[in-house]
Design a protein around this ligand. Structure first.
Ligand code: SF4
Length: 360
């Protein structure tokens, strides 16, 4: 057997690296369901999206964050299936196909002896008061309509709360009127796909940076994979003498306004804070004089006592001066150097109204 390669020559391996490799593999796998089929699971959601996907418009690749979220969804489904499996071994059916004239669905779990449908979801603590989400109830309503009702099945949506690991379940009662509305929506989607072969329009109340089209997260703007087909053309790059290339985005006008207002408010508040700080320093200086004179540590007036605690001055080392004087070299300091991440500085500019030349 060959001797193992020296440590320094081995490929860097860590759990994080394995995770990234795994996500990369997921990205290469074919989609689990036929992309051209209409999905019952999306019946209450954006109808344009269903038409774009089924008509073969290219979707953006999922980001690592989105892949990780899908992955968590699979793990949660496995975990909930295992709970039921322990109670009813071999009688938990997974991904049961629901067919209909207007689309296909896949029931996460069907517990045969209980004749019970379980739809598995993940969510966050802050959405707890909104549960069960309307789009999830819509999905299960169609599963009942096309599959469960004929068997007298009951149904629930089980939510895994990411922060706590807790599981909450909500029963779903069949609503015939809602089922009819959803089926009418699916018929429109089917008509667009099979007859006009044109994507449905963007719904009137949708906006470029509001859910479900897009939403802001700490990692950036999360977008529907078809965002470019709906809003992309409204963001155009344009050369600008002073700024290089700017992205002109009327669709983001509201957000840009909001950002400028936030900056203005922050500056106004900072101005107020500065005034308060100056006044506070004046008062402290006066109290200091008085306490020094009386050799006291605290000042009392009525119910209020203000205590003064002198903090000794801090000694710092001027490393630049030390390097310049040759006392220490940069190479010696290298192991103690910490590289802080760069950041973006944002400025807000307001275009000045154009001055029209006076004629005459
Ligand atoms: S970007 Fe908005 S309108 Fe377009 S497909 Fe996605 S959700 Fe629908």
């Amino acid at each position: 057997m060959d001797a193992p390669a020296p440590l320094s020559e081995r490929p860097l391996l860590s759990t994080q690296a394995l995770w990234h490799q795994h996500l990369q593999q997921r990205l290469m796998e074919p989609p689990p369901f036929d992309p051209t089929e209409i999905r019952l699971s999306e019946a209450g959601q954006c109808p344009r999206r269903q038409t774009l996907r089924a008509l073969g418009y290219a979707a953006a690749l999922p980001t690592p964050r989105e892949l990780a979220i899908f992955e968590t969804g699979h793990w949660v489904e496995d975990r909930l299936a295992a709970l039921w499996e322990a109670r009813h071994p071999g009688q938990v059916n997974r991904q049961v196909t629901v067919t209909s004239p207007f689309g296909t669905g896949h029931i996460d779990l069907y517990i045969e002896p209980l004749n019970h449908i379980v739809e598995c979801k993940t969510t966050t603590e802050k959405r707890r008061t909104e549960l069960p989400l309307k789009s999830h109830v819509d999905q299960v309503t169609l599963y009942l309509h096309y599959w469960g009702n004929a068997r007298g099945a009951t149904a629930e949506i089980a939510y895994y709360i990411k922060e706590t690991g807790n599981i909450l379940a909500f029963p779903v009662t069949y609503d015939a009127a809602r089922a009819r509305e959803l089926i009418v929506g699916l018929m429109e989607v089917q008509y667009a796909i099979q007859l006009t072969r044109e994507p449905l329009p963007i719904p009137d109340d949708y906006q470029a940076t509001q859910y479900p089209c897009a939403w802001y997260t700490a990692d950036g703007l999360a977008r529907c994979p078809y965002w470019e087909h709906c809003w992309g053309s409204s963001v155009t790059p344009m050369p600008d003498k002073k700024l290089g290339v700017v992205a002109v985005a009327p669709a983001l006008a509201g957000d840009v306004d909001e950002y400028a207002t936030i900056r203005q408010k922050q500056q106004a508040l900072k101005g107020q804070l500065d005034i308060l700080a100056v006044r506070r320093e004046q008062l402290e200086a006066g109290f200091r004089t008085l306490l020094d004179e009386r050799r006291a540590q605290a000042l009392r007036a009525g119910d209020l006592t203000i205590k003064r605690t002198p903090i000794a001055g801090r000694t710092t080392v001027d490393l630049k001066a030390a390097i310049a004087d040759g006392v220490v070299t940069e190479a010696q300091l290298q192991p103690y150097t910490v590289q802080h991440e760069g950041y973006d500085r944002w400025t807000v500019q307001q275009a000045k109204p154009r001055q029209h030349k006076q004629e005459g």
